[in-house]
Design a protein around this ligand. Structure first.
Ligand code: CIZ
Ligand code: SF4
Length: 349
């Protein structure tokens, strides 16, 4: 068992030895002990794009979760290899929509609505789901461009199917003026469409998936903060439930949250509804503001946290020794269709 300073030294050595042949993207939700060594910090799409712009990089060691490494593999050259330091770093949300379930849903929805639906998927989804969407004329979205992409989708078809995060889909459609009554939820477990209004009026079909981190922010948390700190502003990620977003002062992507707090004057106070490592980092970076997590239990992303210093050091060492482990390689045909979905977004966002 090595201690952290030894592990850190190994990470520094491999980075020095490989120089620009190695690139280390780090997601905002990563632990401090990992993000410290990242060459770039960002959200999942930014990191995939920045990886694709590192022309000398032969090895990209993605400090994030599986779907992010897949996206990086899809957007980088074939000879650039993407590795994930721990294969168990998945995403519970992405895993809530698999290919078989999606085909089943599509078949049923085609029977209900005919060819009137365009599929959209949040980038937080597997490459197979992105490929499904790309194959059917649809696109990916991020939490920064979901509004724009849903508007575009309605220029193509009368309805959308939004995978896999019901909350981002619902919050964004609601902001665009679509009534909750005109939204339905596809439940992939019971294989049924759940809705309260009329079938013909349905404009948005939300996949019944969610982020297990952001669903932990509750209406009770909002009331607690309002009671305790009357001046505090509440800012949350749109992966939070509709009721929580509705009661908050502001909602937006990870980058929106970071920027908003960066631009706030000293003495501002915030309750932030997003992943714990990021909230703790924001707290450290703004000692002149009063910042807390909206949920006092903090809400870590357990799978993000699987990438730790020992795994990073082990992964880098395997590459430096010419025997790399944990290669992320998206099947060629899936990658082609998934890229269509990504490109339709990149052309518009
Ligand atoms: O919740 C996540 O995992 C986010 C915000 C991912 C991303 O797109 O960076
Ligand atoms: Fe997935 Fe949520 Fe973790 Fe993001 S925070 S990786 S959406 S489980």
């Amino acid at each position: 068992q090595m201690d952290n300073s030894e592990l850190a030294e190994r990470v520094r050595q491999v980075k020095k030895q490989m120089g620009t042949r190695l690139f280390l993207p780090g997601h905002h939700y990563q632990k401090d002990e990992v993000i410290e060594y990242a060459d770039s910090r960002g959200d999942s799409l930014q990191l995939a794009q920045i990886s694709a712009s590192q022309h000398e990089a032969e090895a990209i060691v993605f400090c994030g979760v599986h779907f992010m490494a897949e996206t990086a593999d899809i957007l980088t050259r074939d000879d650039q290899k993407v590795y994930l330091p721990d294969m168990r770093a998945g995403c519970t949300m992405a895993d809530m929509a698999n290919f078989t379930q999606t085909e089943k849903a599509w078949e049923q929805l085609m029977a209900d609505f005919g060819d009137t639906i365009l599929p959209l998927t949040y980038v937080n989804s597997t490459a197979a789901i992105k490929a499904f969407v790309g194959k059917h004329g649809g696109a990916t979205v991020t939490s920064s461009n979901a509004e724009k992409m849903i508007q575009w989708a309605f220029t193509q078809k009368e309805r959308i199917l939004f995978l896999p995060d019901q909350h981002l889909g619902r919050n964004t459609a609601y902001d665009l003026g679509i009534s909750l009554n005109d939204m339905a939820v596809w439940d992939p477990i019971n294989e049924e469409l759940v809705y309260e209004g009329h079938l013909d009026d349905i404009k948005v079909i939300l996949w019944k998936g969610h982020c297990s981190v952001h669903e932990n922010f509750t209406v009770a948390n909002v009331h607690q903060v309002r009671e305790q700190y009357s001046e505090m502003r509440i800012i949350v990620h749109p992966e939070c439930r509709r009721e929580v977003v509705a009661l908050s002062d502001d909602a937006g992507s990870t980058n929106h949250i970071i920027k908003t707090i960066e631009q706030a004057p000293p003495g501002s106070s915030w309750a932030v509804g997003t992943e714990m490592n990021l909230v703790n980092r924001i707290i450290q970076e703004h000692p002149d503001q009063h910042i807390i997590s909206l949920n006092p239990n903090m809400c870590p992303c357990l799978t993000m946290n699987r990438i730790d210093l020992p795994h990073l050091a082990w992964s880098l060492e395997s590459i430096a020794q010419g025997d790399p482990t944990n290669l992320i390689e998206v099947d060629k045909e899936i990658a082609i269709d998934a890229k269509k979905a990504l490109d339709r977004m990149l052309a518009r966002a």
